[in-house]
Write a protein that binds this ligand. Structure first.
Ligand SMILES: Nc1ncnc2c1ncn2[C@@H]1O[C@H](COP(=O)(O)OP(=O)(O)OP(=O)(O)O)[C@@H](O)[C@H]1O
Ligand SMILES: [Mg+2]
Length: 240
């Protein structure tokens, strides 16, 4: 099956979304070279970033297809794009935490790096203009972000399943999976599938030995060697 990119439907901060000629069930997602943080306030462009993130995301989605995790991924296109099923996206960022870091460590004044006995699953309301606030299950139902109340349980179950598989994958690459963000959507039949991307933009990844950061915190916190560390994540995942 070959796909041809058609018109630009949406340009996000990290990807451009195109329609596909003659097939309205799929979309073409092109990874950009741009970095953004703090709700778009901090910006930069680094040549080659899109290719690295596409390779990491598609390697992970390919692995998931073997592990029974339902995702939108259909096919890679060139080095910086992938064709995916078109989903009706759920306006939630589903966050899983294995180790406390970032906003949650700060919120409860717990030292960054504290390991959690059990993974935490949190929902954030995906609305840039509100700054993607934390949202409770009941608030999510009030806002009708899911089609049925039990869909929130499905999201939590899938997020924990993703965590199990992803933790193992990164562990083999000598990387700690600290936390990550997922986005889900409904396919035409109403099934909930994993969408968007999984990459060092959406995960916190620490070197298992040195605890050095290998993710977007290098950009957020001006730690330097941003793309070098993204590339190292890709190399380690590829060479294991
Ligand atoms: N399979 C899919 N079907 C439809 N939309 C998708 C799919 N996967 C991801 N998306 C959406 O496509 C867009 C991807 O672009 P990008 O990641 O650059 O967005 P963004 O700048 O993070 O902005 P935002 O996520 O707030 O819209 C996101 O809106 C994402 O929710
Ligand atoms: Mg995004």
């Amino acid at each position: 099956m070959t796909y041809d990119k058609s018109e630009l439907l949406y340009e996000g901060k990290a990807k451009k979304i195109f329609s596909v000629q003659g097939d309205d069930q799929v979309i073409w997602q092109e990874f950009k070279d741009s970095f953004t943080a703090f709700n778009g306030e901090k910006k930069a462009t680094m040549a080659g970033k899109g290719v690295i993130n596409q390779k990491i995301a598609s390697l992970i989605f390919f692995f998931f297809s073997d592990q029974g995790i339902p995702s939108h991924w259909v096919k890679d296109q060139g080095e910086d794009s992938m064709v995916t099923k078109k989903l009706s996206m759920i306006d939630l960022e589903v966050v899983v935490r294995n180790i406390l870091a970032g906003s949650t460590a700060k919120k409860f004044n717990i030292l960054e790096g504290t390991a959690l006995g059990e993974p935490l699953v949190e929902f954030y309301y995906k609305k840039d203009e509100l700054g993607d606030p934390f949202i409770s299950d009941d608030q999510a139902l009030m806002l009708k972000v899911v089609r049925a109340p039990e869909d929130l349980l499905t999201l939590k179950k899938l997020a924990l399943q993703v965590n199990q598989v992803l933790k193992k994958l990164f562990h083999q690459a000598q990387i700690d999976l600290v936390d990550f963000k997922l986005e889900f959507g409904y396919d035409r039949e109403g099934n909930i599938l994993l969408g968007d991307e999984i990459s060092p933009d959406s995960c916190r990844l620490w070197d298992q030995q040195t605890k050095e950061k290998m993710d977007k915190d290098r950009f957020r916190r001006d730690l330097g060697q941003v793309l070098e560390k993204y590339q190292e994540v890709l190399d380690r995942l590829t060479n294991q």
